[in-house]
Design a protein around this ligand. Structure first.
Ligand code: NAD
Length: 359
């Protein structure tokens, strides 16, 4: 797939940079969707894509998602994302990460990177040896550390707002929540839910995740597959694994009446949001409720303060409540309401750059 011939939902990007360092094996794509609100912030995904077209598609899709996420979160940041094409388990090296850091630096701050699938805080510490435009570094290096802490807190806050909208009370006490994916975010989320008095049913493909749950959250039960989870008697479904969790089949089977989860790009294709609405399932848009992590790492730019970042992430409750109400008032799916608000902020505030400032 050529960048200029990408499907229409993937076009409109400002800049796409292909980076190569043959000696270290680096092959990366940095996609900047928009800098209307500020430098483009978004993580680096290290993934063994089946093809170059898949890598380009992911970079274009994810960078656009970041622009909307950052706009809706009220951050003065645009949206970008990078992908490194390779297997993080076998291809990652200091030289490769530093080569990548030099390409990030070469963009002069138009793109600020962070962690994503396949990259970790320790990797960002290495990338930061070559670039000033890195977040998600370790706390000992002045970074915000593991972003899953506030991602989970934000998802929980969004879930409380959705519960209030659906049932009139934000508490999850007495509700059954199905969490698919007990990874970094899922584990923190299960903690919030159990402490709130919810019954948690979880699933994960990893035996390690199962063991973690048994040992750390014995109150939660475990089922063998996501299919089993969504077909069970749950009130809330929280997709916290990979994208595409909401498709024609899963939405058709779903017994939950609320969906709020951490995974990016949960809607498998355009139109699934309408299917959810038709079935009376309240869906809080993924990029709205999972913005706690980017709020956490964005705080690193001016010197990290966890309390300030958490306060900011707690606003996800209010924004979710507003969007669900707007969706009802305008009789549109919440995903569309969220898109419109993000687009309006990018247009309204981005336009102000046209007022000339002499500096
Ligand atoms: P992670 O890799 O730590 O955890 C993902 C978990 O999902 C793993 O335990 C994995 O075994 C499990 N999994 C994978 N495929 C599965 C399947 N088919 N069924 C059930 N379980 C499956 O990732 P994470 O950091 O916890 O992120 C989870 C999701 O949230 C991802 O989609 C990520 O993009 C998104 N997200 C994460 C953050 C963050 O700060 N970490 C921020 C925003 C969005």
């Amino acid at each position: 797939m050529g960048v200029f011939e990408a499907p229409s939902n993937l076009t409109g990007h400002e800049e796409v940079v292909f980076c190569q360092d043959k000696a270290s094996g680096l092959r990366a794509i940095i996609a900047i969707y928009s800098t209307a609100l500020g430098p483009a912030l978004g993580g680096t995904r290290f993934y063994p894509y089946a093809s170059e077209a898949d890598a380009i598609h992911d970079a274009l899709d994810l960078s656009k998602g970041m622009a909307y996420k950052n706009a809706l979160a009220g951050l003065d940041l645009g949206g970008g994302k990078a992908v490194i094409w390779g297997d993080p388990d076998t291809d990652k090296s200091e030289a490769l990460l530093r080569a990548y850091g030099r390409f990030v630096e070469s963009l002069g701050g138009r793109y600020i990177t962070a962690c994503d699938v396949g990259t970790y805080v320790s990797d960002m510490d290495i990338v930061a040896k070559e670039s000033r435009h890195v977040t998600g570094r370790s706390e000992e290096n002045g970074g915000a550390g593991d972003s899953s802490v506030l991602t989970a807190f934000g998802v929980y806050s969004g879930m409380r707002a959705a519960a209030e909208h659906k049932w009139g009370t934000p508490s999850l006490k007495g509700r059954t929540v199905g969490v698919a994916g007990i990874g970094k975010v899922g584990r923190h989320l299960v903690g919030h839910l159990v402490e709130d008095g919810a019954t948690v049913v979880a699933t994960d493909i990893s035996e390690r995740a199962h063991d973690w749950l048994k040992e750390n959250r014995p109150e939660a039960s475990f089922v063998g597959s996501t299919k089993e989870l969504i077909a069970s008697d749950i009130d809330v479904y929280a997709p916290c694994a990979l994208g595409g969790a909401l498709n024609d089949e899963s939405v058709g089977m779903l017994r939950a009446s609320v969906v709020v989860g951490a995974a990016n790009n949960q809607l498998a294709h355009p139109g699934v949001e309408k299917l959810l609405a038709e079935r009376g399932i309240l869906y809080a848009p993924d990029y709205l409720v999972n913005s706690g992590g980017v709020i956490q790492v964005a705080d690193e730019i001016g010197g990290f303060n966890f309390a300030r970042a958490k306060r900011r992430a707690s606003h996800i409750f209010d924004i979710t409540r507003d969007i669900l109400r707007t969706a009802d008032t305008e009789a549109i799916p919440p995903a569309l309401a969220a898109d419109r608000i993000a687009e309006r902020r990018m247009a309204d505030c981005g336009r102000l750059r046209s007022i000339y400032l002499a500096h």
